[in-house]
Design a protein around this ligand. Sequence first.
Ligand code: NDP
Length: 311
Amino acid sequence: MSHHEVVILGSGPAGLTAAIYAARADLKPLVIEGMQPGGQLTITTEVENYPGFPKGILGPDMMMAFREQAARFGTEFLAGDVTVVDLKATPKKITLGKNELTADTIIISTGASARLLGLPSEKKLMGHGVSACATCDGFFFKGLEVAVVGGGDTALEEATFLTKFASKVTVIHRRDTLRASKAMQQRAFDNKKIQWIWDTAVEDFIDDGSGKLSAVKLKNLKTNELSELKCDGCFVAIGHVPNTSLFKGQLKLDEKGYIVPNPYRTTTDIPGVFACGDVQDSYYRQAVSAAGTGCMAALDAERYLAEHKNH
Ligand code: NDP
């Protein structure tokens, strides 16, 4: 069993920025990389809004650079996913399968994942016409017809993005008003390639026997009328869920399951446990804001260790 002053759970922009700061403070952090090393940016393409990259950078390349920078100052990395964590023990305990570690402080940066509808056909056709990431898969639908499910900023951003490739994009929303910001709505309404189906839920993803999506089965929630929309792709864009199942019953979570840090800090209701990035942010969800809170978490952990261990 190894002991560490700082263990960071997750390796997206928040976790790796925390690692850079903690490593430069000579805390020899250990990053447990999780199921998707590099986080959500590794499934995007071009990142054009991260300051310092005037020509843009590919998401995976950016995360490789973050990792290299963290490694340069002595960050250790461990591949895998934590199975159990005891945040209240002293020292804190972390289990990865048969591997057990202890830590004085834990920085949680486990991020969030796309929310899905939960239909069996969705799981079956994921990657075969059904997708939860337009930036990852939009390219495959050149000249084809696609649908987008959802009425928030993500759905409209994805719909707008998909018009670069698809011949037609149909947004299917369960209500008759959008949740997305007015600017995003206007941009989507102005786009001639986008069509709208209101008050409607997706009941099923249909495969015509080719192993690929061929249509979606729809139900109008006001009239209960059933219909089918032919499409080659369907992008589910109904929000995200924070990756916090490990911490349920231990840490303060909000009604959507996001960690609730103390105001203006990354400290949580458990001393020595810090949270940063999308796991505590359902609102901004940007790489640069995640990186900012990662920096804050490392500084908070450093201060905590100095106070508790005369480090
Ligand atoms: P939101 O929670 O804002 O929207 C989710 C949408 O999906 C809602 O329209 C919701 O419907 C719908 N939905 C949820 N569950 C289901 C379901 N089971 N079946 C059908 N529809 C469902 O999530 P987003 O990911 O869109 O946005 C999250 C945050 O990120 C927001 O604060 C947003 O502003 C921000 N964001 C900003 C962007 C930007 O500014 N460029 C881009 C992307 C996100 P209903 O409306 O009925 O609840």
